[in-house]
Design a protein around this ligand. Structure first.
Ligand code: FAD
Ligand code: NAG
Ligand code: NAG
Length: 401
């Protein structure tokens, strides 16, 4: 291992939550000295332009994988305390539950006509009397079970776009250079065993540049296959909407479950009440449109967004009388493999100087801080102190000689 005084030139590829957290935690490492080390983050389109700016933003100690989730949750609390996260990125504690949702109990919603997911005529279903009293923005009778997943003790939320861009500017203040440019190629030594530099195209001028590095960290989420085809990372698109409800809603995140008694065609949308007075809701994934080359080119299917709205307005007057502010879509990075519990991949690739931090699936916002911290320890110390991340080692799934 190099001694800490050796100067490191770290290039991070990708300005989503993972790249930004890695940049930030490198600058927080005791060995980091901005006069000795350089850290450059290259982002192809826009910071947080992918799922990092369009996610729900739930953070929880009980997230997957358990080897980093509790650490990351603690780091969220610390970041928020240190940098006024409540004000800057909407950090707050929240309740979270699985619910069986039955739709409008009086049957205003016609399933066939508007395609609403929740069953409209379920008046015979048992009504749950012990809903939390604070959950007053769901129509009585439209939820028939409430199974607590998280409480304010172990669950919270952030506004993902504000969180990611805030972490990026904190990293910048501590010496990280952020460049809008797209990495076209990672250059290797002649024997292919060492990564030496990246070739990138500046976004605004299309000029090509080369940047040499002692360490190259790939944090390109679902786009990883374009820069590093060996990585078994695929993508899946989910649509989501942001609604301004007619009245402010209390701090709950609801995961409606499939109602076993009612034949279902699709997975019901998740519902997140947010501290900025909006409600975020995301629907199931679809494989209709393959990943476009950049986040600017992600297509939004209006109908998929309308379906989400129709679903959630059927169980809440506040939502029904509200206004849809945003319709959007984004791609989650998923580690391919027979075992669907594999991922994310965080650590050495087996090629010298080349590191991977991608495949965070549904929990990248939550697991970004721990990913950043363990990567900073790998870079500066050659091993990880803060968590046991052997199960995330990319070399387990990469076939590097
Ligand atoms: C609908 C939805 C809801 C979600 N809700 C939650 C939630 O509640 N809680 C949670 O923890 N997680 C959630 N997630 C998951 C989370 O959004 C992702 O795991 C996380 O954003 C992935 O971050 P990333 O930085 O790896 O990828 P991205 O956010 O995709 O960032 C990758 C970046 O790399 C850039 N890039 C790509 N190629 C290049 C290149 N060649 N050169 C330079 N830059 C490049 C891209 O432009 C992009 O900005 C949700 C995801 C979805 C889809
Ligand atoms: C990097 O790769 C590009 C494209 O193959 C090549 O033109 C360039 O000379 C390489 N640079 C180095 C330093 O190897
Ligand atoms: C996205 O779609 C998948 C599959 O339909 C679903 O399980 C998941 O809950 C959706 N939302 C997120 C944030 O992944």
């Amino acid at each position: 291992m190099d001694s800490v005084s050796d100067s490191r030139h770290v290039v991070i590829i990708g300005g989503g939550i993972i790249g930004c957290c890695i940049a930030y935690y490198i600058t927080r490492h005791p060995s980091y000295d901005p006069d000795i080390h350089t850290v450059t983050l290259l982002e192809a389109s826009q910071l947080a332009g992918g799922s990092s700016g369009k996610a729900g933003g739930l953070v929880a100690t009980w997230a997957d994988p358990q080897c980093i989730a509790p650490l990351s949750h603690r780091l969220h609390t610390e970041l928020s305390e240190e940098h006024d996260g409540g004000r800057r990125w909407g950090y707050r504690r929240v309740n979270c539950a699985d619910v069986d949702a039955m739709g409008d109990a009086v049957g205003h919603v016609n399933t066939e006509r508007d395609g609403s997911q929740f069953h409209p005529h379920a008046t015979s279903a048992p009504k749950l009397t012990d809903l939390p009293p604070g959950l007053d923005w769901i129509l009585p009778g439209s939820i028939t079970s409430y199974t607590e997943l998280g409480t304010p003790e172990n669950t919270g939320q952030v506004h993902p776009y504000l969180f990611t861009t805030s972490i990026a500017s904190l990293a910048e203040q501590r010496g990280v250079k952020i460049i809008l440019g797209s990495v076209k190629k990672i250059n290797y030594s002649q024997d292919g065993r060492k990564a030496e530099s990246v070739t990138y195209m500046l976004k605004h001028t299309s000029e090509m540049h080369k940047l040499s590095a002692t360490d190259i960290v790939i944090a390109t989420g679902p786009w990883t296959k374009y820069v590093y085809p060996a990585a078994p990372i695929k993508e899946s698109r989910n649509h989501s909407i942001v609604v301004r409800p007619a009245k402010p809603t209390s701090a709950y995140v609801l995961f409606p479950e499939l109602q076993p008694k009612v034949p279902q065609k699709r997975i019901p949308p998740e519902i997140y009440s947010r501290p900025d007075g909006t409600i975020y809701s995301c629907g199931p994934s679809d494989e209709d449109v393959p990943l476009p080359e950049t986040s600017d080119l992600v297509q939004v299917n209006q109908e998929a967004c309308d379906t989400i709205y129709n679903d959630i307005r059927s169980i809440s007057d506040e939502i029904r009388d509200g206004e849809v502010l945003i319709k959007q879509a984004c791609y989650r990075p998923i580690v391919q493999g027979r075992n669907r519990d594999i991922g994310p991949l965080v650590g050495p690739t087996g090629i010298q100087s080349l590191w991977l931090a991608a495949g965070h699936d549904s929990w990248g916002i939550q697991n970004g801080p721990a990913t950043g911290m363990v990567m900073s320890e790998m870079l500066f110390e050659g091993k990880v102190r803060s968590a046991d991340v052997t199960s995330l080692d990319p070399r387990r799934v990469l076939n590097v000689p």
